[in-house]
Design a protein around this ligand. Structure first.
Ligand code: ATP
Length: 306
């Protein structure tokens, strides 16, 4: 107890010192960039998952009160379906996934899973049913096997390897001198963005959650890596409710619905064919990306023929 009380006293001392110098505690939070914590409601029940239907209903959200990010967003991801969110950088796409995972709470409106408001259930039960593949996966300074097994601590070696194979990263790992025992992370082997994302997918395959959030990396991937990741995702998202924050055409085209977010509101929605036919923002984004891909392919051919 003594060991604990000394640092606590010290923190109290520092806090009082800071407090004296500031008139407003919120100002201190601003300075320290500390988020007011999201907490469970007293007596909150666990989420009772059925088929994992997600619904955003008139959601408003701002990180800072004077700068609204989401301005009344409503959409559904029916159980087992895939919805992709696209739109210009900064439109608020990743914010949707952070609210669903409850890193933050919406200021108004609601987000429900199978009819239960995510704010009314325990965070533990909420996060247990969601598999999150973030833009940039942080790996532990441990073996690659440990990093994959983190999805389900009790998984056997064979299950870890099988998950890696489904995630299209098994061959890469076996080719390493230490294979699945290779150390990764800050002090180990540095993996590329695409490799890290596949480790995260393998982790999620072991976790086998009913709901999947995939926040694609913005960085460009070469065509082969993109195809490998897409193949892994097709397997993992099959029959799961999937929300994709999409930057790549390959993930968007097959989505059951595409939501085009611009300046915090839904500007367009529909499937790929309908949005192309509409000739709006999505169609112009798509044409621009296709031109970029074609230019890249052309350049590669020129280099290869040299
Ligand atoms: P991108 O395609 O570039 O990833 P996005 O549409 O996913 O963009 P978000 O990450 O949802 O955009 O961010 C929306 C806006 O909110 C941005 O302007 C961003 O600067 C701001 N923002 C994001 N996180 C925070 C935060 N923790 N505090 C304050 N503002 C934030």
């Amino acid at each position: 107890l003594m060991q604990l009380s000394i640092p606590l006293n010290f923190i109290g001392f520092v806090y009082r010192e800071i407090r004296q110098g500031l008139t407003d505690i919120e100002q201190m939070f601003d300075l320290l960039e500390v988020q007011p914590e999201v907490v469970d409601c007293p007596g909150a029940p666990p989420l009772a998952i059925e088929r994992g239907a997600i619904r955003f209903d008139n959601v408003h959200f701002a990180y800072d009160a004077d700068r609204p990010i989401l301005k009344g967003v409503s959409f559904e991801v029916p159980a087992g379906k895939t919805v992709a969110v696209v739109g210009p950088s900064g439109a608020g796409k990743s914010t949707l996934s952070r609210l669903l995972y409850r890193f933050y709470d919406a200021q108004s409106g609601s987000i429900t899973i199978d009819g239960q408001d995510v704010r009314q259930v325990t965070q533990k039960s909420l996060r247990a049913v969601i598999g999150m593949v973030p833009q940039d996966t942080v790996l532990f300074n441990d073996t690659i096997a440990y990093n994959i097994r983190y999805g389900r601590i009790g998984a056997s070696e064979a299950e870890v390897e099988q998950a890696a194979d489904i995630a299209q990263i098994g061959g890469f790992i076996r080719a390493l001198p230490k294979g699945f025992s290779a150390m990764v992370g800050e002090r180990g082997l540095k993996l590329s963005g695409g490799e890290k994302q596949r480790v995260a997918i393998a982790r999620t395959i072991l976790k086998s959650p009913p709901i999947l959030i995939l926040d694609e990396a913005t960085s460009a991937l070469d065509t082969r890596t993109e195809q490998e990741i897409q193949a892994a995702l097709d397997i993992v998202s099959k029959d799961r409710t999937t929300l994709v924050i999409a930057h790549r055409l390959s993930t968007v085209i097959h989505a059951d619905e595409i939501i085009v977010l611009r300046d915090g509101v839904i500007a367009e929605r529909g499937n790929h064919a309908a949005l192309i036919a509409a000739g709006g923002l999505y169609a112009s984004m798509w044409n621009r990306q296709r031109e970029a891909t074609q230019a890249e392919e052309h350049l590669k051919q020129v280099v290869e023929n040299d």
